[in-house]
Structures are given as C-alpha cells and as structure tokens.
Design a protein around this ligand. Structure first.
Ligand SMILES: CCCCCCCC/C=C\CCCCCCCCCCCCCC(=O)SCCNC(=O)CCNC(=O)[C@H](O)C(C)(C)COP(=O)(O)OP(=O)(O)OC[C@H]1O[C@@H](n2cnc3c(N)ncnc32)[C@H](O)[C@@H]1OP(=O)(O)O
Ligand SMILES: Cc1cc2nc3c(=O)[nH]c(=O)nc-3n(C[C@H](O)[C@H](O)[C@H](O)COP(=O)(O)OP(=O)(O)OC[C@H]3O[C@@H](n4cnc5c(N)ncnc54)[C@H](O)[C@@H]3O)c2cc1C
Length: 662
C-alpha cells in the first residue's frame, strides 16, 4: 500500500485519493522528518500515547474555557511525568517536541518556554558550575522556567530595557529592580502562573556604568508553596488572540536581592570586586533568540501543514458544483482555483521544513563552535534566521488563511480548528523579533555585503552572498528549476543593490546614517525578502536533488515545479526586469499544468506528514473524512446544546417578548 493512511470504513472519496498516490507515504515521511529512524519513532510515540487513555483530551479544546485549558494541560503534564522515559528518549529534543504536540497541542502549557528557551539559555549562557547546579534540575522538571526579557515599554530595542541588575561588591549581590511601570516584564510565556524560575534579561549596572542586557537566573516563587517570593510581583497578562493555554505573564522586582553567581557567566563575568569581563562577541547573550529563530522555519512549516491537512482532505470530500459530468457534483479539489489556493502552500511547507533542518543544524554547530571560542559564525546565522523567520511566518499566515477560506463556511467554524492554528502561527510574526525589524537586521548584512563588493573585497563575502557580486546573464527558462533560481538571483541582486545605493545616496546628500537608513527601510526590507526567498528556493531544490528514491523524487520535483513557477509569478514586478511579459505568460501556463500534475498526489503529500487526529484536533480534517457526521456530533456536544432552553432566554428574551405582546 503506497498511502499508509488507507483504512476500511473511511470516506470513499478520500480512499480514492489515497489509492491514486504514486509514492509510499512512509518513505516520504522519512524524507520530511530527516530520517527513517525518526519517522518510525514519531509513529511509535503516537501509538504509545494512544495506549494511555489519561493522555487523551477530556473534551474538545474549542469547548474549553481558558482556565479549563490550563488545568487540562497541567493534568496531562502530571500524567506524562509518570511516562516520560517509556514514551521518548528524553535527550532527544525532536522526540520531546513531537510528544508535546500530540498530547498538549499548540495552545501552550506550563512548559511552553521551559524546553524552548529556559533550558537552551542555561545550556548556552550558564558556566559549568551553574549548569551543574540548575541544568539537571531543569531537565528533570524539578523546577519550571521561562524566559523573561520583553518589557511593557520595550521588546524590540533590547538596549533600552529598563529592568536593572545593579551589582554591590560590599554584599556580592545584584539588586534587581523595576524602576517604572513600563519596565514590568510583559509577555513571557508560562511566567504568569506556572514558572517558579526565570532567566531574566536585565541591564547590568556596576558602579553607575550600564553594561546592557545580560541574563540572570532568578527564583520567582517558593518551591514549597509556589507563592511569589517577597519583592516579586507576578501575574497573567490576560487572554490573547490565541495561545490561551499559556499563561504569558508580567513580572516586577522591588529591590530584589540576587547572589552574584546567579548572573549567567559562561561568556561575560562579574568578579566579587565588581570587575566586569565582557563576552567574546557583543551579542552572544542573544543566543536563545537565535536558537528559537533557527527552529521557526520547521515549526511554522508544521503549522501550515496542519491547516493544509485539514483543507486538502476536506476539499477531497466536499462536493459542490459540476464540471463535465452533470450527474455528480465534483470534489472542490478539482477546481483550478482551489488547487491554486492550496498547492503552492504545500510546496512552501515542504520547503520551510527542509530549510528548518538546515538552520537547526547550523545552530547546533554554532553552539559547539562558540563553546570552543569561535564566534565567527554568529553574524551569518543571525542574518539568515532573521530573514527566514520573517518570510516564513508571514507566508505561513497567508497560507493558513487561504486554507481556512478554502474550507468555505466550515473553515470559519472552530470545528475546523484553523482559526486557532492561524492565531498561534501568526504570533510568530511578532515574537522572536518583530518581522520588519528582523528583515532590517538581515538588510544590515546585505548592505555590508554590497559594500564589500563595491570595495573589491568580494572574496570576504559570507555564505550565500556570492551572487551579489555576479553580473546579470541571459536566462534560459527552459533549462529547469535552476533558471528560476537565476530569476530570483537577478531580482534579489538588483533590489539589494538598489536599496543599498539609495541608502548611500541619502547619506551622501547629507542625511545622518540613521535617517538615511529609515528613509531606505521599505526598499531594504524588500531586498531582505527577495534574498530569503532565494535561499528557500535554493534549499528546496538542493534537498530534492539529493533524494535517491525515484518515486519520491518524481513527486517532489512536481512540487518544486509548482513552487518555482508560483514564486516567480508572485514576484512578477521584480521578475519583469529580467524576463519578458511573454515569458511570464509561459510561466503562468506552466504553473497551471504543474497544478494538474500534482493533483493526484495532493492527499498523499499531506498525509505523508502523518499528523495524527489527536494532534490535528480538527473535526473537519480527520483522517477518516466523515466530515458531516463528525461535524454534527461535534455541534451536538457544544455546551449550548446540553439544554433546550438557556437561562438567558428565561431571564431576558422571554420577558422581553412577553412584554412586547401586551
Ligand atoms: C517559537 C517556536 C518555539 C518552538 C516551539 C516548538 C514547540 C512545539 C511544540 C508544540 C507546539 C506548540 C506550538 C507553540 C508555538 C508557540 C510558541 C511560542 C513561543 C514563543 C517564544 C517567544 C519568545 C520571545 O519572543 S523572547 C523575546 C524575543 N525578543 C526579541 O527577539 C527582540 C528582538 N530584538 C533584538 O533581537 C535586538 O534588539 C536587535 C537584533 C533587533 C537589535 O539589537 P541591538 O540593538 O543590540 O543591535 P544592533 O541593531 O545595533 O546591531 C549591532 C550588531 O549586532 C548584530 N547582531 C544583533 N543581534 C545579533 C545576534 N543575535 N547574533 C549576531 N549578531 C547580532 C547586528 O547584526 C549588528 O551587526 P553589524 O555588523 O551590522 O553592526
Ligand atoms: C505569543 C507571544 C509570545 C511571546 N513570548 C515571549 C517570551 O516568552 N519572552 C519574552 O521576553 N517575550 C515574549 N514575547 C514578546 C515578543 O518577543 C515581543 O512582543 C516582540 O519582540 C516585539 O517587540 P514589541 O512588542 O516591543 O514590538 P514593537 O517593537 O513595539 O513593534 C511595534 C511596531 O514598531 C515597529 N518597530 C519597532 N522598532 C523598529 C525599528 N527599529 N525599525 C522599524 N520598525 C520598528 C515594528 O515593526 C512594529 O510594526 C512574546 C510575544 C508574543 C506575541
């Protein structure tokens, strides 16, 4: 069986689609998840979870209040604590993330930041003695931690953080203090009610000198009572657009004393007498953010996939309208507009995940290099992940929203669960650096690269920047996906140079550097987007080229064709400077035929992600495809339907109607 999702009793329309698939979905899962071993482990973990009934949702998330969501996730975490070792290899981050996704879903929980930022901060920023003291406790989950950096008044501009950590050599203590309301930490996930420790980022002050943002390990709550410690004000910031299973919080310090060895001192140090040793790279303290950014292409790719699993399966069972055969309505997946809405996003999701694998590995390598004293790779990875997180989160938001609309009315219902996926995913445009700001970080690197070329130092260009020094050449669009890479290279190069020239000219005209930068900023962000999209396309093609299995490679090449045609058309205004409008018309035709070619494999391509019904939490997207029965059952379970007459009818509507009758 090529598509391993085929089960007796499934909706025949979905079974028909699965029969059409031309490749083995288990083999595709191995490509998606990086190895056959991990793809198998994912399935085993999912299977083992299903054998522990207490790990099942006690009711659909959509019917839970915020308090119920928080309580439900804590209940499951306590069940999980009895089963960690039996379910996963606890040293394997990907296995742990899969387990979290399955059992806890995407709406957040008490450990949301513990695994993703608290532990990584200790790993990257704590010295050996500090790791000895806290890392084991954190890994065993004896303590719960979060990452408290953003303040009410400042998130982006870390140099303006107001929380101070002032060192006093006389007592060998820091005093943490929140001098104003705007200095309150505001937003950190799992801070409000769950965490008893935090890595707090504060402005280090020694003898009136401000050394800027540094990380500190801070105990927030009593380990026995969980009450906030004296000098600490902490709480939940209230409901959000989504992610409401998490207690994003606020935190204030009132002259809170912290022993000297609670500053995380792997890279910078404060001696007993107050002597400060600066880190080997000024931004080394930002590593936890780079770590999360390096994960985001993968995680956002998976968010988009979840929405696409729902929309593609639903489109294969939803019948509406006619094409040739007037005796039976068609599956809406057969409409070209539906394919155009969904298939380019499938391609992007695959591309994002392949990019994510690369950046996760790059971060892991960087961590080793930095530990060995080599910080030379930091700027490259910072630039790459700044651009990537921005493009990927934006396109994921677009893709999920299209998936929702592709489900018509039912997409708008919480039964689809797409609105929650959207709400969580779209947060990525903001967290870990607001997208415009991060595009501008990449732009700094691009401008510097052009300056290297201009001054004859092209040999010093960083990885992936060589194309900036190359001349424009003729593009032969019949030569395959590489020709489309060339179109992107031309467009990105032109835009990067154009934005840089504008910035330089404004400075030459007398504008200060900062003002010239601001007046070039829109052009600079456009340059960053094109550069990043070029990287995504190149990575996608490179990964697909490396595959040896013929049937897998064939369908992925079909997907690459959808991608390259769609992407070039999507940057039409830039591409037109390098290809003619007649060539664009031919790309358009190729896109439509590539959608046709992909059509029979659409369901298998999204089934290959092997996202379980439990993880998907969508009534509309369930594997069995019995959409209408499932939808009706779900609606009947709504709390509103547990009684025929609501109290509000008796209290308000009935008296109102009765009065009107008099
Ligand atoms: C998030 C995904 C987690 C994975 C979850 C997986 C779990 C899956 C399980 C289940 C599914 C559940 C799904 C749940 C998903 C939801 C998870 C939510 C989690 C949310 C976590 C969010 C946490 C946060 O948001 S933490 C706070 C983040 N804050 C920021 O990012 C602030 C942004 N600002 C900055 O980074 C900086 O201020 C700055 C970079 C914008 C500017 O810094 P600066 O002023 O100090 O520097 P300059 O601009 O002057 O630049 C000087 C110079 O330095 C270079 N530079 C800057 N940064 C770096 C760096 N990091 N490395 C190297 N170099 C750097 C810069 O380029 C300049 O260089 P020049 O050469 O040009 O001078
Ligand atoms: C779901 C979620 C979870 C979060 N979790 C955490 C967490 O665990 N820990 C934590 O510490 N923080 C967390 N945050 C906070 C988050 O990191 C910040 O909100 C984020 O970094 C953006 O900063 P800001 O809110 O200050 O935005 P602002 O910087 O105020 O952005 C407002 C606008 O100003 C623009 N802008 C700002 N500066 C510039 C500039 N220099 N150039 C051009 N435009 C600019 C932005 O582009 C944006 O349009 C979380 C946020 C969310 C939404």
């Amino acid at each position: 069986m090529l598509n391993k999702s085929i089960m007796d009793g499934d909706n025949p329309d979905l079974t028909e689609e699965r029969m059409k698939g031309a490749f083995d979905t288990d083999k595709m899962a191995a490509v998606i998840y990086g190895s056959e071993k991990f793809a198998i482990r994912r399935r085993e973990i999912t299977e083992s979870i299903s054998r522990i009934p207490q790990l099942a949702d006690s009711k659909p998330f959509s019917f839970m209040t915020r308090e119920e969501k928080i309580s439900e996730s804590c209940r499951k975490l306590s069940v999980l604590s009895e089963h960690w070792n039996q379910l996963i290899d606890t040293n394997n981050e990907e296995e742990a993330l899969h387990l979290y996704r399955e059992v806890l879903g995407l709406e957040g929980h008490a450990f949301s930041l513990h695994e993703t930022m608290f532990i990584p901060s200790l790993v990257a920023q704590a010295n050996d003695e500090q790791q000895e003291k806290w890392l084991g406790r954190a890994k065993r989950r004896e303590i719960i931690g979060c990452y408290a950096q953003t303040e009410m008044g400042h998130g982006t501009n870390l140099r303006a953080l107001e929380t101070t950590a002032t060192y006093y050599p006389s007592t060998q203590e820091f005093i943490l203090h929140t001098p104003t309301e705007t200095a309150l930490k505001w937003w950190p996930g799992a801070l409000g009610k769950s965490s008893n420790y935090a890595v707090v980022v504060a402005d280090l002050v020694i003898r009136d000198t401000h050394y800027g943002a540094h990380p500190f390990m801070v105990q927030l709550r009593d380990e026995k009572t969980h009450n906030p410690l004296p000098g600490i004000t902490v709480g939940d910031i209230g409901p959000k657009m989504a992610f409401n299973g998490a207690d994003n919080g606020f935190l204030g310090f009132n002259q809170y004393k912290l022993p000297r060895d609670h500053m995380l001192m792997r890279h910078s140090r404060v001696e007993e007498n107050g002597t400060y040793t600066k880190p080997p790279h000024a931004k080394i303290g930002y590593s936890s953010m780079v770590k999360v950014r390096s994960r985001m292409a993968m995680d956002q790719g998976l968010f988009m996939v979840s929405a696409l699993v729902i929309a593609v399966r639903y489109s294969a069972v939803r019948r509406q309208g006619f094409l040739d055969d007037k005796s039976r309505e068609v599956k809406v997946l057969d409409y070209q507009t539906q394919q155009h809405r969904l298939f380019p996003s499938i391609a992007r999701a695959y591309a994002f995940i392949f990019c994510g694998f690369e950046t996760i590995q790059l971060y892991d390598q960087l961590l080793i290099d930095v530990k060995n004293g080599d910080t030379s790779g930091m700027s490259d990875l910072h630039a790459l992940t700044s651009g990537l997180k921005s493009v990927v989160t934006h396109q994921t938001g677009e893709g999920i929203e299209q998936a929702r609309m592709a489900c018509g009315g039912h997409g708008y219902s919480m039964a689809s669960y797409i609105s929650e996926i959207y709400g969580v995913a779209i947060g990525g445009c903001t967290y870990e650096g607001e997208n415009m700001v991060m595009l501008l970080q990449l732009a700094r690197y691009l401008v510097k690269s052009v300056e290297l070329v201009k001054t004859g130092k092209s040999k010093e260009l960083g990885p992936m920047m060589n194309y900036l020094a190359e001349p424009d050449t003729q593009i032969d669009l019949t030569s395959g996906p590489e020709a489309y890479v060339k179109v992107f290279q031309h467009a990105a190069r032109r835009q990067v140079w154009k934005a840089t020239d504008k910035f330089h000219q404004l400075m030459e005209s007398g504008q200060s550097r900062d003002i010239a930068w601001n007046n070039s900023a829109v052009e600079l962000t456009r340059a960053s987007r094109l550069h990043t999209r070029l990287y995504i396309m190149e990575t996608f093609i490179r990964r697909v080229s490396s595959i040896s299995d013929v049937s897998i490679k064939k369908v992925l090449i079909d997907l690459v064709n959808v991608h390259v045609n769609y992407e070039v058309l999507d940057i039409g205004t830039y591409a037109l400077e390098h290809v003619s409008s007649t060539q664009l018309d031919s790309i358009r035709s190729q896109l439509y035929s590539s959608l046709d070619t992909l059509r029979p494999n659409a369901v298998s391509l999204i089934d290959s992600f092997q996202i379980s019904d439990m993880q998907l939490r969508s009534v509309l997207g369930r594997r069995d495809g019995h959409v209408y029965t499932n939808l009706f059952e779900w609606a009947k379970a709504s709390p509103l339907n547990q009684t025929h007459v609501l109290p509000s009818v008796n209290q308000y509507l009935k008296p109102m109607m009765d009065k009107a009758k008099l």
